[in-house]
Design a protein around this ligand. Sequence first.
Ligand SMILES: [Cu+2]
Length: 464
Amino acid sequence: MNVNRRGFLGGAFGLASVAAAVTTDAQQARPERERPATTRPLSGPPERFIQPGIPGVESPDVPKMPWRMEGGVKVFEIAAELVRTEFLPGRIVDTWGFNGSMPGPTIEVVEGDRVRFIVENRLPEPFAMHWHGLEIPIEMDGMPGISQDPIAPGGTFTYEFTLRQNGTFFYHSHMAMQEMMGMIGLFIIHPKASYAPRVDRDFGLVFQEWAILPNNTIPNTLAMEFNWLTINGKAGPATTPMVVQLVERVRIRMVNLGMDHHPIHLHGNTFYVTGSEAGRIKTTAHEPANTVLLGVAQARDVEFDAVNEGDWMFHCHLPHHMMNQMASMVGPIMMSHASGMTPGAMQTGMGIVGGRALNESSGPAFGRTIGVGAEAERPVSNTPLASQQRTFLAPGRTDEAPLFPGFPQDMLMVMDDAVAKPETYGLKPGWSGGMMGMMTLVRVVKPELFAKIRELRAEAAKKA
Ligand SMILES: [Cu+2]
């Protein structure tokens, strides 16, 4: 039974019923208003080239922001709104995002473009949009109260400026708690002429972190510890692998908006750090690495020649960011007789030992400091405080043999079928057991397998 415990413990508390309840709520919660179009399906083939030598950016699981040309200006319509999304199959979350997507759709433009953003606020509180890293007039900076009046609920504000830079930027709410509800999107500005060397594939990823109680759909934006870690709005293994052909040159652009810095690590390949949130780094300063620290509010571009065939992990290396649903009821803490949080009734299993779930004194103990009143003294222990009985026996043991110190720690949860998509075709059965939290894959594959996956993507796109 341990096999199923880690990774997705919410399931143990009846996610099916949550999902059912949530569907009904969603129909009531989301106003029936016309929403700006996005370019779903998400798994469709990439728009290959912006111009010769510059492939379009693929942002897995996130659509592109559509635009129309009006008198030489690229015009985008953006709605800031509630976005009910799914981190993993069945793990539904109420986030705030843009145009039905969280993170928001990827803006992809070219240096020199004149751009106009008609931004509508569909939130119940004031909002304004900031363009992170862009050198634009102060009136366009999106600082509520400072550079503009905040956009009132139901209101609209039009931003317009000319792009004088190129690189990996992003757009986001400048209201701190709104940021933690998910209000960010990639803003990619391609150079007029390709960087050298050219790349064949260009990917964009947004890294975010969340504190969400089991059986709840609303992130706690005040929390200081996080139990859901996402890349482009998906937690591993629901993240969509980046598929490249053997010997292609690959760029991965990354942006981090959260409370932690993430050391992002690629297996089996050496990459070069070629860009920051301020644009391209001079070629002579490109540094070899296999791990790059992606600080809060930073962007990093890395590039490498995909000469090593394989399905390579690409992930944050903070151990607690390589998990899903990390909470104090998992592993040793849940198993401890002395902790006061015992398996059994849902309430006690969740650490609600008395009173309401969110009252100060019970301080629901999901992990450390994820609950409201999290600093309240409460029984949380990482090691058994009293002699242990049968619950600490290794799987399959029925005797009263000595404990295995430290057990249990890691458990695998395989969900290959639940997260299957064209990009996972041909992965080794059981692959999903090793993918949790802020994890995805760079699949360096032979041309035949690449062609097959492309074919499956095209089929999927047709069906969607
Ligand atoms: Cu991390």
